[in-house]
Design a protein around this ligand. Structure first.
Ligand code: HSE
Length: 436
């Protein structure tokens, strides 16, 4: 039933950082067009900030009466219909989101960590209180992803998601591949550009990508996938030599978030992969994100765009605010859906099957290659190619690169363990999985 009594929709904003500040600006700059979409004006009623934010020029321009540093005062404001959380991190954001939903407020959040870890609980709370919980900005910044999974792709059985969903690491890998810069200088530049998380470990070790994959996989497979279900490896083990060999072999190296499902199990992992250099994802460079989705009806769909930054992220937050406001005007309660019962099992990493790139530093003398191929053969790992380079005549060592046919992860890990103990193997330089 249409809620004809609404003269305006009240917004309560939590956080005036990069995202919150931009959201406040758009609410003012585009007030007219947003009001047309909703049917009445969206009015910022209260902004919860930290004491240091009060001195920001933007806060001064907006007027001190709008601001509070006190969460109790914020939640006591009766004119707030929609709470927009742009604080980030798990605490105190989780507590605030629960408080908002329990108080019957619609909620919009950009918080991937909270949604990935507590999404199921929060959606249940939203349903209980007949309000909406929206989180489009939590994955892929401005790229529409949550709404497509909830609406446009809903008739599909999704078989796979292959995603570049961390701009910082994609920027670092691009710089390493293209300009040969080292890891730390590429990371510093990503931080200067404002792409990295407050703690860059979350980016570099794949944790940020794992939060986002947990959200996407839960939606796509209608099954609860938690961050701890995801096998997660970062990019810090990659060296410039891996990029040289990848190029020579016709591959790019990307940090991919991969989710697949079959009839019984779900496979979820984040790690660096070799992908063919002519594939669509290999061409996604710099801070851009891209998410390839495979559905039984739609086939392959690629979403591409800016996965971070104030403007793209505010695009998603504002869209959620408008959608929530439209629901309020129409008298719609909760539309939250996310199956809460764990259904399928999560496939253990040891059972996944993929091809591998293996770089070894070995003694350069007769019979060494035979010892290595025997270890791989003993574990049913079939070799597709071998290259040897960079023999060091003084140290009498050589570097070899082995590409395998598909093999089981468990077999590969056992083979690696045996190779480590061979005296002719000086070092396992790296091993990287291959998605071809
Ligand atoms: N640190 C994140 C990234 C920001 O690099 O993609 C957006 O979540």
């Amino acid at each position: 039933m249409t809620n004809n009594l609404k003269q305006s929709i009240g917004i309560g904003l939590m956080g005036l950082g990069v995202i919150g500040g931009q959201v406040a600006r758009v609410l003012t700059d585009k007030a007219e067009i947003l009001a047309e979409q909703v049917g009445c004006p969206l009015v910022l009623r209260k902004v919860k900030v930290l004491a240091q934010d009060l001195a920001k020029p933007q806060a001064m321009e907006m007027g001190p009466q709008l601001f509070t540093t006190d969460a109790d005062e914020f939640f006591a404001e009766p004119e707030i219909d929609i709470v927009v959380e742009a604080i980030g991190g798990e605490s105190p954001a989780l507590e605030y989101l629960k408080r908002a939903l329990s108080g019957g407020k619609h909620v919009v959040t950009a918080n991937k960590e909270v949604i990935a870890k507590h999404g199921a609980e929060l959606l249940a709370l939203a349903q209980q209180h007949k309000v909406g919980l929206r989180y489009e900005a939590s994955v892929g910044g401005g790229i529409p992803l949550i709404a497509p999974f909830q609406h446009d792709l809903v008739a599909n059985k999704i078989s796979g998601i292959y995603a570049i969903i961390n701009g910082t690491t994609n920027y670092i890998l691009t710089r390493m591949a293209r300009d040969g810069v080292d890891f730390s200088s590429a990371l510093s530049r990503a931080q200067e550009l404002g792409y990295a998380e407050a703690n860059p470990r979350d980016d570099v070790e794949g944790i940020d990508a794992a939060y986002k994959l947990a959200i996407l996989a839960s939606l796509a497979f209608q099954n609860q996938v938690r961050p701890e279900d995801i096998h997660c490896e970062g990019i810090s083990r990659l060296s410039s030599r891996d990029f040289q060999y990848a190029r020579e072999l016709g591959f790019a190296i990307k940090l991919l978030a991969i989710a697949k499902q079959d009839d019984k199990s779900i496979e979820v992992r984040v790690h660096p992969v070799f992908i063919p250099e002519d594939s669509l994802l290999a061409k996604v460079d710099g801070v851009y994100n891209a998410i390839l989705v495979e559905g039984d009806l739609v086939g392959k769909v690629l979403f591409h765009g800016q996965g971070a930054g104030a403007l793209p992220t505010s695009s998603a937050v504002i869209a959620d605010i408008v959608s929530a406001a439209q629901d309020i005007v129409l008298g719609v309660g909760s539309r939250a859906r996310w199956k809460l019962e764990p259904g399928k099992v999560i496939k253990p990493m040891s059972e996944i099957e993929t091809r591998y790139y293996l770089r070894l530093n070995i003694a350069d003398r007769p019979g060494v290659l035979a010892q290595i191929t025997k270890v791989l053969g003993d574990h049913q790992i079939s070799i597709s190619s071998v290259i040897q380079k960079e023999a060091d005549s003084v140290a009498q060592t050589a570097e070899i690169v082995i590409m395998t046919h598909p093999a089981q992860e468990k077999a590969m890990q056992q083979a690696l363990e045996e190779l480590r103990h061979l005296t002719v193997v000086k070092e396992i330089g790296n091993f990287v999985r291959v998605e071809a």
